[in-house]
Design a protein around this ligand. Structure first.
Ligand code: BJW
Ligand code: ZN
Length: 234
């Protein structure tokens, strides 16, 4: 496609799967054998704080053992070389885009390496475990929780994302099942505003029919190939 200036890339758990981080849904997913409401809701945090903190403490530990893969690296390369506007909107709470070298990254569902104070709302970098962990450095309360957007909570920076979607020339969705809103609706918003839309995923997502094109395969192969193609066309 000619005349592409503004690119919005949406990533999901599938782009980190080949780094060794489990996806959510499916037979070996993080939620296998668990009900989502037991972990990923404010009510769950209130009802069983230890269970929720432990789930994210384990995820934070797992993050320290993995590395970015060729999909993250290709997007980082694109970020560093694309002269136009570009934003990698990730639903992932890992830091693999940043560790691969990407800078224009927005974590709409929060970050494992950040803590949110339930008492005063302060957010800040966090490493280690939350169970038995520190108090809030700002207000001193014992109220730190994972800085993760649970079901029923508002994802971060929605206004910024929506504004960019309305002027995107290209919207690319990578490794997401399309099961969770509002991210699952981005393709329709971008397409209505005139963007070309492309899906790269291991299988067609729930909203596959909304995309102009869907390519099926692993992100570590499809993403570098797409970036190469984009640069060659440009
Ligand atoms: C590969 C691969 C490889 C594998 N290569 N690909 C009814 C209708 C519509 C909406 C709603 C509704 N009821 C409730 C809602 C809203 C709700 C929602 O969407 N619910 C749905 C379940 C229906 N959404 C919300 O509540 C959101 N907030 C909101 O709407 O606010 C507005 C509001 C606020 C207050 C009042 C009223 C309105 C918040 C959503 C928060 C999501 N949080 C989570 C957990 C936190 C992060 C964490 O713990 O890590 O975020 S849920 C979980 O799902 C996580 C993910 O970011 C998110 C998306 O999952 P993702 O990334 O797509 O992973 P998978 O596993 O589903 O898919 C992986 C894909 O990769 C698969 O397709 C594989 O094939 C593929 N793949 N290997 C390429 N190698
Ligand atoms: Zn606080």
């Amino acid at each position: 496609m000619a005349d592409i200036q503004t690119i919005v890339v949406l990533t999901g758990a599938g782009i980190s799967a080949e780094s060794g981080l489990a996806t959510f849904r499916g037979p070996e997913g993080l939620w296998e054998g668990r009900r989502v409401e037991e972990i990923c809701t404010p009510e769950a945090l209130f009802a069983d704080r230890e269970l929720v903190l432990d789930f994210y403490d384990q995820r934070r530990r797992a993050l320290a053992t993995v590395e970015p893969n060729a999909g993250h690296r290709a997007l980082a390369w694109l970020d560093q070389h694309w002269p136009g506007e570009l934003l990698i909107v990730t639903q992932n709470v890992d830091d693999l885009h940043e560790r691969a070298g990407a800078q224009r990254v927005l974590h709409m569902h929060g970050e494992l390496l950040s803590a949110l104070c339930s008492a005063c709302g302060a957010r800040g970098g966090f490493a280690g475990d939350m169970i038995g962990g520190p108090r809030c450095a700002v207000c001193g309360q014992d109220a730190l929780r994972p800085d993760i957007v649970f079901f029923g909570e508002m994802p971060y920076e929605m206004e910024r994302i929506e504004a960019l979607l309305t002027r995107a020339d290209l919207f690319v969705s990578i490794g997401t099942s399309g099961a969770v809103y509002p991210a699952a609706g981005f393709v329709q918003g971008a397409r209505q505003a005139g963007a070309d839309t492309l899906e790269l995923n291991l299988e067609p997502s729930a909203g596959s029919h909304h995309f102009h094109e869907t390519r099926i395969g692993p992100a570590s192969v499809l993403v570098p190939a797409w970036v190469e193609e984009l640069i060659a066309e440009g």
